[in-house]
Design a protein around this ligand. Structure first.
Ligand code: TYM
Length: 335
């Protein structure tokens, strides 16, 4: 049975890009695999954030994930900072990771360009990500396309550590991408849907909010007026219809767009309704979960206990293979 690990930052709401690009895959994988899903708060602090908001965001992310179908009975759901071995293994991996590899990561280059002074945490972000996955010796990582480069680096880190300390100890994990949803565009129709760009639709948004977000969304630029025929294939709204609307509606949308039978607003109205219908049960479940915060806390604590048991064992072996003196009062073996 493959072991699966994935993570999400609590740096904002769970949006439909995360949901379709990664989380629906988590929900499917938990049925047949041993899965670890982690809310990565130590990653979230590598960018500007408000300390007084982080706790609530972490809690909200847990609520959203469970509401979206991540089932703590079928997987291990936990918060990264509750398992200190993540940062411990990250330190170990920093000693085998070439600086040049970190500097050429596209996410690092993008994010560091937007900052006046670049902090070491941002550079080492992918090392912590490698530690997240390899701590559980997981071999499958369900993510969106933007994480593929980080997973390639993770493979290299595993190779380098194994070459020095223990052939085959860490697996070289593979990314598991979800077909059509590997890169959901934002409502600007240009950039990836992303919390930091404000071009998202949150999975817990009310029908009216979904409509207000979709209304100004960018469509086929050739459709200046309602009478101009459009090309569905170049329109991001059409891509979203493919993910949220039944296939008969998708066909109708394409036909009405090409023939200028519908204006873009008509098309958006149908999309907003279908999206709201699909997300309604998640919204309802989230409201129930939010009403019982103690229960959510217990679920996360139980998840952290299960994660820690595996993490501790990996770190014990890592320390041993690396020649670190055991903490228990024991003389070194060769004395
Ligand atoms: P994060 O928090 O940015 O996103 C969580 C997951 O959602 C996917 N995703 C998308 N997929 C398709 N289209 C989009 N527009 C879109 N936006 C986000 C991401 O690819 C991701 O799978 N570095 C990670 C968090 C992380 C992690 C890990 C992931 C930390 N440790 C270990 C896997 C394994 C991140 O920033 O994800």
């Amino acid at each position: 049975m493959a072991r699966v690990f994935s993570g999400i930052q609590p740096s904002g709401e769970l949006h439909i890009g995360n949901y379709l690009g990664a989380v629906t895959n988590w929900v499917a994988l938990q049925e047949q695999h041993e899965c670890f899903f982690c809310i990565v708060d130590y990653h979230a602090i590598t960018q500007d954030y408000e300390p007084q908001e982080l706790e609530a965001r972490t809690f909200d992310m847990a609520v959203s994930l469970v509401a979206a179908g991540v089932d703590p009975e079928k997987c291990v759901l936990f918060v990264q900072s509750h398992v200190p071995e993540h940062t411990e293994l990250a330190w170990v991996f920093m000693t085998v990771t070439p600086l040049g590899e970190l500097e050429r990561m596209t996410q690092f280059k993008d994010k560091s360009q937007r900052q006046e002074s670049v902090l070491a945490g941002l550079l080492n972000y992918p090392v912590l990500q490698a530690a997240d996955v390899l701590l559980y010796r997981a071999d499958t990582v369900p993510v969106g396309e933007d994480q593929v480069q980080h997973i390639e680096l993770m493979r290299e880190i595993a190779r380098k550590w194994n070459a020095r300390y223990g052939t085959g100890f860490f697996p070289e994990p593979d990314a598991a991408l979800s077909g059509k949803a590997r890169r959901i565009l934002g409502l600007d129709g240009e950039a990836k849907m992303s919390k930091s760009l404000g071009n998202t639709i949150g999975i817990l948004e009310q029908p009216e909010e979904i409509w207000q977000r979709l209304r100004p969304a960018v469509t086929d630029p050739a459709r200046v007026t309602k009478k101009d025929p459009g090309t569905p294939e170049v329109c991001n709204l059409y891509a979203l219809h493919q993910l949220f609307s039944p296939s008969s509606t998708v066909e109708e949308v394409a036909q009405k767009c090409r023939s200028a039978g519908w204006g873009c607003l008509d098309c958006k109205r149908v999309l907003a309704d279908n999206m709201s219908t699909r997300l309604a049960p998640i919204r309802e479940r989230a409201a129930e979960l939010r009403a019982d915060p103690d229960r959510m806390g217990e679920l996360l604590a139980a998840g952290a206990d299960r994660a820690r048991a595996v993490a501790r064992e990996t770190m014990r072996e890592v320390r041993e293979r690396m020649g670190l003196l055991p903490g228990e009062a024991r003389a070194p073996a060769n004395r």
